[in-house]
Design a protein around this ligand. Structure first.
Ligand SMILES: NC(=O)c1ccc[n+]([C@@H]2O[C@H](COP(=O)([O-])OP(=O)(O)OC[C@H]3O[C@@H](n4cnc5c(N)ncnc54)[C@H](O)[C@@H]3O)[C@@H](O)[C@H]2O)c1
Length: 261
């Protein structure tokens, strides 16, 4: 087994979901890069490109590409570029979610059809689309796919609303993909992170401050988690250390999810 500094030596890692230095995807990118990974990053649009470009430079990103996952042409262009530059791929990180702000406050009963479909499309179906595009690029020795989920998939969390439904769909996608890709040695897992103040969480999750203080007080470890904590768990799941783990939802939440009262 390789020393931990070498776990990703020469491994080609494609990351979707870096928006800025607070992004969970950035915590994962840094953790894998520190252990030798070669990095490709995507960004949603030109506004975010300005934030992501300097981060890419920090980790010597070999590719920096636009990708809105609701557009199949943009997905195809990313994987064509990866094939041309690297000839293959070892790790795919999916750290993307979106629901319209108005769908994440007020009554879940009032979720619009369009808002429901958009949340599922961007936050869950995109994993299937990216996994399908990545499959032929993984070597015969296999590879690893990682996505990000949240407790709201499993329990009703105030205001999480349609995103909870999208995360439940995402977690089911992880299991179906794990079964179908397992024969190719491709593992598919999710990390269920505790709340972290990121762009998406601060802008989308109403009552984030209360959630953070409640989790910090009640979690068995008496603290909130960081993107560094998530990155370290990603090292385990995406490297050979996690070679026998697939279809798993790994909670990185200070233990909050095991508690009741
Ligand atoms: N922050 C938390 O508390 C928390 C907890 C558990 C899980 N998560 C999950 O972690 C993942 C990353 O979120 P984050 O908290 O780091 O926030 P973030 O805002 O840093 O990342 C969300 C990313 O999704 C991308 N995105 C949105 N719509 C997209 C689209 N159409 N095409 C391509 N990319 C798109 C954004 O550009 C951004 O990079 C999400 O799946 C989120 O649900 C977050």
């Amino acid at each position: 087994m390789a020393a931990t500094q070498e776990l990703f030596e020469g491994r080609r890692v494609l990351v979707f979901g870096v928006a800025n230095e607070r992004s969970i995807a950035w915590g994962i990118t840094r953790a894998l890069h520190a252990r030798g990974a070669r990095i490709a990053l995507t960004y949603l649009n030109e506004v975010l490109e300005k934030r992501v470009r300097p981060l890419g430079a920090e980790v010597g990103a070999e590719l920096l590409l636009p990708c809105d996952v609701s557009d199949p042409d943009q997905i195809r262009a990313v994987f064509d570029a990866v094939r041309a530059e690297w000839g293959g791929l070892d790790v795919l990180v999916h750290s993307i979610a979106y629901a319209a702000r108005e769908e994440m406050q007020g009554r879940f009963l009032d979720t619009s059809r369009a808002g429901f479909l958009q949340a599922i499309d961007i936050s869950a179906y995109s994993l299937v689309a990216l996994a399908r595009a990545a499959e032929p690029l993984f070597p015969s020795t296999g590879g690893s796919i990682l996505t990000m989920t949240y407790l709201g998939a499993d329990k009703a969390v105030p205001n999480y609303n349609v995103m909870g439904v999208a995360k439940a769909a995402l977690e089911a996608c992880v299991r179906y993909l794990a079964v179908e890709l397992g024969g190719r040695g491709i593992r598919v897992n999710a990390i269920s992170a505790g709340p972290i103040r990121t762009l998406a969480a601060a802008g989308g999750v109403k009552g984030l401050r209360t959630l953070l203080s409640m989790v910090g007080a009640r979690a068995p470890l008496h603290r909130n988690v960081t993107t560094g904590d998530v990155g370290n768990a990603a090292v385990f799941l995406c490297s050979d250390l996690g070679a026998a783990v697939t279809g798993e939802i790994l909670y990185v939440d200070g233990g909050f999810s095991i508690t009741a009262m």
